[in-house]
Design a protein around this ligand. Structure first.
Ligand SMILES: C[S@@+](CC[C@H](N)C(=O)[O-])C[C@H]1O[C@@H](n2cnc3c(N)ncnc32)[C@H](O)[C@@H]1O
Length: 204
């Protein structure tokens, strides 16, 4: 079996595929991220000792498992998944991890108050590239409401930035790329852009 599908239990892939048949836009992919991509995402995580990692759109938990393998303590990992069947699957397969069945666009209400402002890295699994600019901006804002200044990691199959980051008032940096995913994928980090000096806004 290839690196693309290695280590992914059949249950993972079958649940994922069934959900894709139900709602392809919500899933954004027909199979879970590959182990190679999951490791690249885990390697891009920044976290202080007391900070949490927040994974949004966890699916069947392949990235969550890579985060744990990379050393994120289970009690510092919070995953949010909107599909109840997938959230149940995550609860059964990720002991010690906080699994929240909820909407990643409403983080101020979805996350417990004690983690607000204590998130080192947010990871977005939601297919933002398929959404209109207003929804992308809403996602930016909801992350900012619980993780001010941190931005988020986004994995994507696009060759260039999947988000129009300047229009969203963000900076973008491609952190990693792997051919070992179907299709090949990149990991991007988006952060709120620093405020522009007034002279730059009104050049003379
Ligand atoms: C591309 S899959 C990623 C799954 C997994 N992280 C992976 O890499 O294999 C997108 C996931 O986001 C979930 N999702 C979509 N919209 C969501 C939302 N508004 N809030 C939380 N989860 C959402 C879907 O149900 C799906 O599990």
């Amino acid at each position: 079996m290839s690196e693309m599908t290695l280590d992914q239990p059949a249950a993972n892939r079958s649940l994922f595929f069934r959900r894709w048949l139900r709602n392809p836009l919500q899933m954004g992919s027909i199979i879970p991220s590959s182990p190679a991509l999951c490791r690249k995402i885990a390697a891009a995580v920044e976290r202080g000792p007391e900070e949490y990692v927040l994974e949004l759109g966890a699916g069947t938990g392949v990235i969550s498992a890579a985060l744990l393998a990379a050393g994120v303590p289970a009690h510092k990992l919070i995953v949010v998944e909107i599909v109840p069947e997938m959230a149940d699957f995550l609860r059964g397969s990720l002991p010690g991890v906080t699994v929240i069945c909820g909407d990643a666009f409403d983080l101020a209400n979805t996350l417990p108050a004690e983690v607000h402002g204590r998130i080192g890295t947010a990871i977005c699994g939601i297919p933002l590239v398929l959404l209109p600019l207003e929804r992308q901006a809403a996602f930016r804002d909801t992350v900012e409401s619980v993780a001010p200044g941190r931005g988020f990691l986004l994995y994507t199959y696009c060759a260039t930035s999947p988000l129009p980051y300047r229009r969203l008032g963000m900076t973008a940096r491609r952190m990693a790329f792997t051919l070992a995913n179907l299709p090949p994928a990149s990991v991007w980090r988006y952060r709120p852009a620093p405020p522009q000096p007034i002279a730059a806004l009104h050049p003379t």
